[in-house]
Design a protein around this ligand. Structure first.
Ligand SMILES: O=C(O)CCC(=O)C(=O)O
Ligand SMILES: [Fe+2]
Length: 288
């Protein structure tokens, strides 16, 4: 038995005001299917095109191994020429992912292919991050440390997105001082005996196709699975809810540095301590 998923709402198109009133204000996820129809990217962005214009770039790649205390958060596991990486993706020969990489900074012509849409919320105008992955490759469950609103556009294939609203965080076996949960939870096939709090979890789900955009509100947990080799672009807007703004500051300026300090000082013992606390804290809150 797996999770009981609720499908995320979908609209073909939406006016900026309706988007803001119906989704941003109530902090509700939605898929907008046709937002990119008039972008050059809708016609152009596929893996062959990226290989052609960015093939010579050396890109940072991540595997799905558990957190290693020797490594800083976000340090890449490998680097490769983009052309070789895309060949491996298409041939189903790699499990490596590109995560939070500003390919557009290195290949500025990509900027002409997309627009910053009017969604009545102020988008950060810095260059957006891209994410790539191969068939059946998943992105670990997390929420973004800065509690941003995320506008996640998908291209060149299909991807499954699982979301969990922030009010269900007490069920998530969250690792203290971080924005991830226990890495040994299999969200594709959850073991409810081992993780009893997850029985109460009610995640949301959307399968994104080429050109579709998923709105991920502030603090929402997200777990992704690339169904076919493909890539995504995330535009972002700063947190607007006062509690989220406060938590974002705390994360960025205090907690992150404390966690890195403790890793350096205590190494594996620090990670083991946090792993235990994730279970103890979750079960204590729920009387399990
Ligand atoms: O799709 C991915 O690889 C991760 C996307 C993500 O975590 C984000 O946009 O914040
Ligand atoms: Fe994220």
């Amino acid at each position: 038995m797996g999770f009981q998923y609720t499908n995320i709402e979908r609209v073909a198109t939406i006016s900026p005001t309706d988007f803001y009133e119906n989704y941003v204000k109530p902090q509700k996820p939605v898929v907008v299917e046709q937002l990119t129809r008039d972008w050059p990217a809708y016609q152009k962005w596929n893996l062959a095109y990226i290989k052609q214009i960015a093939g010579e770039q050396i890109v940072p790649l991540y595997n799905n191994d558990p957190v290693d205390y020797n490594k800083k958060v976000n340090e890449p596991d490998e680097r490769m020429k983009m052309a070789d990486y895309i060949d491996a993706l298409v041939a189903d020969k790699t499990k490596l992912r590109i995560f939070l990489y500003s390919l557009i900074k290195h290949v500025p012509s990509l900027q002409n292919d997309f627009k910053f849409p009017d969604l009545k919320i102020k988008l950060l105008k810095g260059l957006p991050f891209l994410f790539f992955g191969g068939r059946n490759v998943n992105v670990f469950m997390h929420y973004d440390i800065d509690y941003a609103n995320i506008f996640h556009f998908h291209f060149a294939g299909e991807k499954r997105c699982i979301l969990v609203p922030p009010n269900q965080t007490p069920l998530m076996y969250k690792i203290p001082y971080s924005n991830i949960c226990r890495e040994d939870i299999d969200f594709d096939n959850p073991d409810f005996e081992h993780w009893p709090a997850l029985k109460q979890l009610r995640p949301l789900m959307a399968d994104l196709k080429h050109g579709e955009m998923l709105y991920i509100p502030e603090g929402y947990w997200h777990y992704m699975k690339y169904i076919t080799p493909s890539f995504s672009m995330s535009l972002r807007a700063l947190a607007t809810q006062p509690t989220h703004i406060a938590k974002a500051f705390l994360n960025l300026f205090v907690i992150r540095h404390f966690d890195n300090f403790m890793r350096r000082r205590k190494g594996a013992a620090w990670l083991a301590y946090k792993d235990e606390r994730a279970i103890a804290d979750t079960h204590a809150k729920l009387d399990l």
